[in-house]
Ligand binder design. Structure first.
Ligand code: FAS
Ligand code: PHB
Length: 389
């Protein structure tokens, strides 16, 4: 097989990149190790920055989001029972869109299927070859039959545990990582959200988040130990723990029910540098990971492929390598700013037992400064709603 761009991974990064290239008449093949059903079964992000909303609309994939998505003009922070609303619209005149990653992925899959572009699901043992040359190759097995794809570029959109970054010689890539001593236990439930907006809560028992997917489906999280196991958490235990971390009125108003999904996500901050290795480019979670506190993960993946897609379109259109040569430096600027914000929000809102009483006072001071400062609320707002590209 032959294509212009081989894309590894059919998550939001790979699918959006494929769409941007297809709109420019550039051929791509996506290789995904799981089935489409499995990819859609993973419950991930819930909040889209305006930049991601614009990308979906410009890619002709925004119609369902514009009907089912819920614009949000602020969030609620709850700190040991004290509430503080951050009004994005009042502070910076912007908003975000609540529309689940599952739906984004579904919409991107549908438009790719309709275009006839090739996506190979359940591709086994994907391997990257000769990306240090202008003639890279990808091999895999499908139904036991060995396959090969030759291409001009490989886009590694295969997430943190993917094969792309792992294929780069260790001495060629520098990694930066912080692993947090806790994870997020998340529950999806078909009950109306407890609040019109997201509630990020700090409590001495741990962080909690009240989010949603629609007016009838909610998404809730509690901070749990890094070694916690989901099988230790009955629905009843989860609801009791969640409500114990929220202010009494919110806890009282919460509508609980049987979980339709329950999982624990580990939290880490991670960046690989650089993000280009000859004909191989890394984008999305293959390149970086942020703790979900700042709702940046999916949005960073989108901004990565916006830059990578534009660079590849420039290369094929003008035969200019300028933008592909600048890709890594360009996106790393924005990646590190999102890493900073996600680390900052995680540091303020979670319980870090090892930080002691001094650490707790610093967290309280951080929140009190935020509650009393328009400038601080503007800063949180512009980071949460999305910094400029
Ligand atoms: P993805 O991981 O989504 O997609 C990579 C794809 O590559 C997958 O489909 C995978 O199967 C495939 N792949 C992997 N290895 C392969 C191989 N060898 N060959 C072929 N294909 C391969 N972000 C938020 O903003 N908010 C959240 O609440 C949030 N919650 C999260 C919870 C969890 C458990 C995880 C893991 C992440 C969460 N994230 C969240 C971040 C998440 O949304 C990512 O940022 C987003 O999925 C990034 O998209 P991709 O880069 O496309 O990577
Ligand atoms: C979610 O709805 O899954 C969600 C929302 C905001 C976050 C993290 C997760 O910061």
């Amino acid at each position: 097989m032959r294509t212009q761009v081989a894309i590894i991974g059919a998550g939001p990064a790979g699918l959006m990149l494929g769409r941007l290239l297809e709109q420019a008449g550039i051929d791509s093949v996506i290789l995904e190790r799981k089935s489409a059903e499995y990819v859609l079964s993973r419950i991930r992000a819930g909040v889209l920055e305006q930049g991601s909303v614009d990308m979906l609309r410009n890619a002709g994939v925004g119609a369902r989001m514009d009907v089912e998505g819920i614009p949000h003009q602020g969030i609620e922070l709850s700190y040991d029972g004290k509430n503080q609303r951050i009004d994005f619209m009042e502070r910076i005149g912007q908003q975000v869109m609540v529309y689940g990653q599952t739906e984004v992925t579904h919409d991107l899959m549908d438009v790719r299927n309709a275009s006839g572009a090739v996506t190979i699901y359940e591709a086994e043992d994907v391997a990257l070859h000769d990306f240090d040359s202008p003639h890279p190759r990808v091999t895999w097995r499908k139904d036991g039959v060995a396959q090969e794809l030759t291409c001009d570029f490989i886009a590694g959109c295969d997430g943190y545990h993917g094969v792309s970054r792992a294929s780069v010689p260790a001495q060629a890539v520098k990694t930066f990582e912080r692993v947090y001593p806790f994870g997020w236990l998340g529950v999806l439930v078909d009950q109306p959200p407890v609040s019109d907006e997201l509630i990020y809560a700090h409590h001495e028992r741990g962080f909690a988040l009240c989010s949603m997917r629609s007016h009838t489906r909610s998404r809730y999280y509690v901070q749990v130990g890094a070694d916690e196991k989901v099988e230790n958490w009955s629905d009843e235990r989860f609801w009791d723990e969640l409500r114990s971390r929220l202010n009494p009125d919110t806890a009282e108003a919460m509508k609980i029910g049987a979980s339709i999904e329950k999982s624990i996500a580990p939290l880490r901050s991670f960046v690989a540098e650089p993000l280009r290795f000859g004909s191989l480019f890394l984008a999305g979670d293959a390149a970086h990971i942020v703790p979900p506190t700042g709702a940046k993960g999916l949005n960073l993946a989108m901004s990565d492929v916006k830059a990578l897609g534009a660079a590849m379109i420039e290369y094929y259109g003008e035969r200019s390598p300028a933008a592909i040569d600048d890709y890594s430096n360009k996106v790393l600027q924005r990646i590190w700013k999102a890493e900073r914000f996600s680390w900052w929000m995680t540091s303020m809102m979670h319980v870090f037992p090892e930080s002691g009483t001094f650490g707790l006072r610093i967290q309280q001071a951080e929140f009190n400064y935020l509650a009393g400062s328009v400038a601080a609320q503007q800063s949180l707002s512009e980071n949460y709603c999305g910094l400029p590209d």
